[in-house]
Design a protein around this ligand. Sequence first.
Ligand SMILES: [Zn+2]
Length: 496
Amino acid sequence: MSTRESVAGPETLDAPASRAGYEMVVGLEVHVQLLTCTKAFCLCSPEFGSPPNTNVCPVCLGLPGALPVLNEHVVDLALRAALALDCEIHPISIFARKNYFYPDLPKGYQISQYDRPIATGGHLTIENADGSSTDVGITRVHIEEDAGKSIHDRYPGASAIDLNRAGVPLIEIVTEPDIRSAAAAGAYLRSLKQLLEFLEVSDVNMEEGSLRVDANISARPTGTTVLGTKTEVKNMNSFSAVEHALEAEFARQIVVLQAGQRVVQQTMLWDAGSGVVRPARSKEESHDYRYFPDPDLPPLVIELARIEQVRGELPELPAARRTRYRQTYALNAYDADVLTASKALGDYFEEVVMQHGDAKTVANWVMGEVLASLKVTKRDIEHFPIRAADLAELLNLVRDDVLSGTAAKRVFAIMAETGERAPQIAQREGLVQVRDDAPLRAWVEEVIAEHEAEATRFRRGERKLLGVLVGFVMKKSNGRADPRRVNQLLAERLGA
Ligand SMILES: [Zn+2]
């Protein structure tokens, strides 16, 4: 035998691999849980976190005689995603049975779409680190139901099954093998997640499994166009895991190729704990699914009018919003990116701008104080105690010279903790700027008396000491004195 086959083992990962001369080729399959009130084919709740086996009925358990009925909301959400990805929607698609035996699949098959999916042939544009952009082709979007969950770590020596997820509606979004690096895979996943969040088709909560990623990866000599043998990496629950797993599997395949061996097509699992990819056990590997049309479900027929209605209801998408923020609010590209990171953050920003007026000031506060506070408290903007109207009110106080910038930051910190409004806090904490001449003059006199030497040197021509004296007055007033007026009063008093 001239070519030996190599089955992956973690030990091969330690061997040195030169990436030079090889190109990574990646296609991604993303499973997205749709944001519906009921499961795909029955009226059970798809809610995460319910007690085990409480959201189940004869249909999702696959009991004899139970018949599935398609939830039309699933179709609308799938259409929304497919249209936003510029896919072609097929007027007729077919639900198929994907047959395999696994304990968490009570029916012995999963309802999915196979050779006649609801949509094919779209694309998603991603931005690269160097500012250029790449179109990632979307092969297909199809509707399917989720399976249940096996739990192996709860009872010693036994496995438990929770079927709450059985029948939960998913769409699977499959890309062409257009991705050339781990970073590009990460960029694709982040833009897809943002798009789905803007579309409100999913809560895109990765910890709860609303968005799950499988990756097909192969290595080939740079400059060639033939695809190498691919492996499929499963079991990735974060975007950084996807990036790490792709790097590790790419390196492993190069070692195999450089040793003159062949990559074996197989399913790999990413072990985040040890940072290695390992072959799946045989029962976790791909099956011969024996697909056939589900006899219980009629073909899914979608009228043109329905497609056009969904298209007409598409919200503003992230790329369009970024462009609009740059044009309408004169923000730079970086600021526009940060402020449109989530739909809710962008909405918050715009509401504050509407009530305050100055977009640049609002952008600085939202990107500075607001995001810092959210990070520290691990909250998202929907649960931020300072409402948009209240932040606008605070910024108006700064604009009207009632609060100094420094005092405003102290007021903001208290607002973020208590949810109180700015004027009350400013009054109570004595932070309102003092602009009346009488108290300002009194402080000026005290400072001149206490710092005779500096005052004298100033009179003799050391002009830069004015700033030092203003600083003393500010300190004496606990930061409340209006610095501009203090400057004027000191200069007058010292005969400048
Ligand atoms: Zn059910």
